[in-house]
Ligand binder design. Structure first.
Ligand code: ZN
Length: 133
């Protein structure tokens, strides 16, 4: 069982990909995490009741006010699910499901491995999402 850890994320990499890389490199299959920092651009998703993600793209520099998520397995791979709140120079905030497209300016990740049987994501018919069994 690994300990909680702090890790700096690499500049100019995609945020979702970089977080996923950290947990895959450490072979941590179940965890919770928080992340703060700054990004250039972002794509936020909203899962509508019509069972599809509606994405909204943001261009420019943003603070990552809060990024929280979890790590579990999907299709036998380590999978990251993250939500994010970003704020621009006027401090107005936007939030949603973290999609690929946020370019890291600076990032600090706090990972908390979770012991016990690993949650696995499977297609859930009522929601159309890949949820824990
Ligand atoms: Zn989500």
């Amino acid at each position: 069982m690994s300990e909680p850890f702090l890790e700096r994320l690499p500049m100019h990499k995609d945020l979702l990909e970089a977080i996923t890389d950290v947990f895959r490199r450490r072979n941590i299959r179940q965890a919770s995490f928080t992340m703060i920092g700054a990004v250039e651009n972002a794509v936020l998703g909203f899962y509508s009741h019509e069972r599809k993600y509606e994405n909204r793209s943001f261009t420019g520099s943003f603070e990552v006010v809060s990024c929280v998520g979890n790590v579990s397995e999907k299709d036998d791979e380590i999978f990251v699910h993250a939500h994010i709140v970003i704020a621009g120079p006027d401090c107005n905030a936007f939030g949603g499901h973290l999609m690929p497209g946020a370019n890291i300016f600076a990032g600090e990740l706090f990972g908390i491995p979770v012991a016990g049987p690993v949650q696995r994501r499977r297609h859930d018919e009522p929601t159309g999402l890949a949820l824990w069994e």
